[in-house]
Design a protein around this ligand. Structure first.
Ligand code: CP
Length: 318
């Protein structure tokens, strides 16, 4: 693995290996007074975010620091991007400044792939350039989110094989939905996308999923329900159905929670719009795994950085 750009690039063995690695990192840190491993000492990790973020940016920073990497955060608003520098020039500049890994969030789908192409080279027959990690590119993919979701599902439900996961809401604008649909299918789960027709993407028939327009009809058979944030910032002012109709038809409220099986859990990638796609009490219910997902995000991102920058040995062996 040189980069992590898409969950579609991961085999089942690679994905399970990353989840196992994440759990080894969690165990390696449990009970420690000082949460610091020497694993990435001397490595330089840069986060480059052109869109807002709390969870992803901070958890990559925590992951890098807990592994003793030098972590540098670059935000578009305070960088020379604000003076008109191109993404290509910024990426090549950060490479020249010594980045071993660039963690990129950008509103354009495909931005991380482009940066990987711009910063890769071949020296003496060896591929060179920083590892590129896609931290969310437009409406395309958010692979580390899907990995931390898969880890949370595995911890709560056991194996993902033949588990039924309903991904609900604004699939059209969701990079979380696409990354999860492909990763969960790779891991043997059944995925049903539950959304109004207007919020399903063109080409969804090629995804490894089934689709439904009725949340009520899907709840009883679901082992997990993953609620998506309504991405108003990508809707250019238009939202169909209306916010009220969306909430009534696709919001997870207390009445709908009662339709779930006893073992079923509720995921949300955050940030949540309480009262829109998820009810206040649902978000705080013991069946909601929102903060477990956040915590797993640090360990998953440690595993990804480790795999890309060091290789495949487990931290337990160090
Ligand atoms: N889930 C997620 O990507 O959250 P942030 O936008 O806060 O990083």
């Amino acid at each position: 693995m040189r980069h992590l750009l898409s969950t579609q690039d991961l085999t089942a063995d690679e994905a399970i290996g990353l989840l196992d690695e994440a759990e080894r990192f969690e165990q390696a840190l449990t009970g420690r007074e000082v949460r610091k491993l020497p694993t990435l000492r001397g490595r330089t990790v840069m986060t480059v975010f052109y869109e807002n973020s709390t969870r992803t940016r901070v958890s990559f920073e925590v992951a890098g620091k807990w592994m003793s990497a030098d972590v540098i955060n670059v935000s578009a608003s305070s960088s020379s991007a604000g003076k008109g520098e191109s993404l290509r020039d910024t990426a090549k500049t950060l490479h020249a400044l010594g980045a071993d890994a660039l963690i990129v969030r950008h509103p354009a789908s495909g931005a991380a792939h482009q940066i990987a192409a711009w910063t890769s080279g071949v020296t003496n027959g060896e591929t060179t350039g920083p590892a590129i990690i896609n931290a969310g590119d437009g409406t395309h993919e958010h692979p580390t989110q899907a990995l931390l979701d898969a880890l949370t599902l595995r911890q709560r439900l056991g194996s993902l094989k033949d588990r039924r996961v309903a991904i609900v809401g604004d699939v059209l604008h969701s990079r979380v939905a696409r990354s999860n649909a492909h990763l969960l299918a790779t891991l043997g789960a059944e995925v049903v996308l539950v959304a109004p027709e207007t919020l399903l993407p063109v080409g969804v028939e090629d995804w490894p999923v089934v689709t439904s327009n009725s949340l009520d009809a899907e709840l009883a058979a679901a082992d997990a329900v993953m609620m998506l944030r309504v991405q108003a910032e990508r809707m250019n002012g238009g939202f169909f159905p209306s916010a009220r109709e969306y909430s009534v038809r696709f919001g997870l409220n207390d009445r709908r929670m009662a339709l779930l099986a006893d073992h079923a859990i509720v995921l949300h990638p955050g940030p949540m719009l309480r009262g829109m796609e998820i009810g206040y009490s649902v978000a705080d219910s013991p069946r909601a795994t929102v903060l477990e997902q956040v915590r797993n995000g640090v360990h998953v991102r440690m595993a990804v950085l480790f795999r890309l920058l060091v290789g495949t040995d487990s931290p337990g062996a160090q």
